[in-house]
Design a binder for this molecule. Structure first.
Ligand code: HSE
Length: 405
């Protein structure tokens, strides 16, 4: 009988245990053999838990138990999670993780160990919560040249922006609500500054290119500057402001990954993705486009993806390492292009009296402030325009690109 260990009994870990026992019968039918959770690793005391006999505070109990073939890592962070995951893989135990920081920062190294030890480092839960996106990308869409990806990969910021858009709630109250509902990271900076979405687009970009794309090479801007005024002007233009993570492949084979708030026109399905939901649009030469939508955060949605990987591992254990779900380390200079080469229409909100509004721009408002949307220009050109407006003595209150896909 295969035994499973769960590392961390927080929101995701406890969800993994709950969902496993809730659906154990059907899970085992899909696995095709018997399996059970033998250990739950957590330094806290859970003596009153119905699973109290499974708790251990010592990772060595798991590492030294040959019955344990699959480990679900739900601890988060990179310090202990990295050490424990590495040690498990080195022992030939496959790992399923929801930890996007770990995958985005250490993926190449951990995947190499998994390959060497003929086991798997799976991470379906690290991007898009419940949404199947990792396996579809490297299995169902494997025949395509994937030319781009764009979407909403952070539930907390989408929830916050939704509250601002639909309820005129201010940023701080909406963030507090997201934290109370268990969506936000322990440190919400990772959500609101875009780092969480950055890690996720790095993971998808790495999978698509086969090269590890590092977070520090991705232009990343969060939502902390977004005001209710911009939200309302975007609506007047016919768009919703969303935090968009994207990756575009250039003709020379390089990619431009980036994360930033964007105006998403209402005729784009992504503009209708509300609450904590995520959506990922994938572009390929065979499929044109495919969209994946679902709950991007939360206990059971994330647990569903972690357990999906555990089940996949249990039923294919004898096959060994999945060759398609991997990437190698690389010098990112060779593959990541400067985001300033990318083009978009640009929304500007500037102080009244600005004489540098381009003649062909669409004016959204012209009163105590001027808001306009330019024709398509590169981000480099947009920076120059912003600098000229400032040099002419006007204040640039916002500049947000428009999503055009
Ligand atoms: N904090 C993350 C989010 C959790 O809001 O999307 C899921 O990765």
């Amino acid at each position: 009988m295969s035994k499973i260990a769960v590392l961390g009994y927080g929101t995701v870990g406890s969800g993994v245990v709950e969902l496993f026992y809730k659906n154990k019968e059907s899970i085992l039918r899909k696995v095709g053999s018997d399996a059970d959770i033998k250990y739950i690793l957590d330094i806290r005391d859970f003596s009153g838990s119905p699973y109290s006999d499974k708790f251990t505070k010592d990772i060595n109990d798991i590492l030294n138990d040959d019955e344990v073939t699959v480990v679900a890592e739900c601890m988060g962070g990179v310090t202990f999670a990295y050490d424990f995951v590495k040690a498990c893989l080195q022992k030939g135990k496959s790992v399923s993780t929801s930890n996007k920081e770990l995958v985005a920062k250490k993926g190449a190294e951990l995947l190499a160990i998994a390959k060497e030890k003929n086991c798997n480092f799976f991470f379906e839960a690290s991007v898009g919560g419940a949404i199947p996106i990792i396996r579809p990308l490297h299995k169902c869409l494997a025949a395509n040249d994937i030319t781009g990806i764009a979407g909403i990969l952070n539930g907390t910021t989408n929830f916050i922006l939704g509250k601002m858009i639909n309820d005129s709630m201010d940023f701080a109250d909406a963030l507090k609500m997201a934290q109370d509902l268990g969506y936000a990271e322990k440190d919400p900076t990772a959500d609101i500054e875009g780092h969480d979405a950055c890690r996720k687009i790095c993971i998808l970009s790495s999978l698509v290119t086969g090269k590890h794309i590092y977070p520090d090479r991705v232009f990343t801007k969060g939502i902390t500057d977004i005001t209710l005024k911009d939200v309302k002007l975007a609506d007047k233009f016919g768009a919703a402001i969303k935090l968009i993570a994207s990756m575009k492949k250039l003709e020379n084979g390089k990619i431009i990954p980036m994360v930033m708030p964007m105006l998403v026109p209402y005729d784009n399905l992504i503009s209708r993705v509300d609450d904590v939901f995520n959506a990922v649009m994938v572009f390929g030469d065979g499929i044109d486009r495919a969209m994946f939508y679902g709950r991007g955060a939360g206990m059971l949605p994330t647990a569903s993806a972690v357990l999906g990987d555990v089940i996949e591992e249990l039923k294919t254990e004898e096959i060994g390492t999945d060759r398609a779900q991997t990437w190698e380390d690389c010098n990112n200079d060779e593959i990541v292009a400067d985001y300033r080469e990318s083009s978009a229409r640009m929304y500007f909100r500037v102080s009244a009296g600005c004489t540098l509004v381009p003649a062909d721009a669409e004016i959204i408002e012209n009163g105590s402030e001027t808001a306009f949307v330019t024709k398509s220009m590169t981000f480099a050109e947009a920076e120059k325009l912003e600098a000229s407006v400032k040099a002419a003595g006007c204040e640039v209150k916002s500049r947000i690109a428009v999503l055009d896909i």
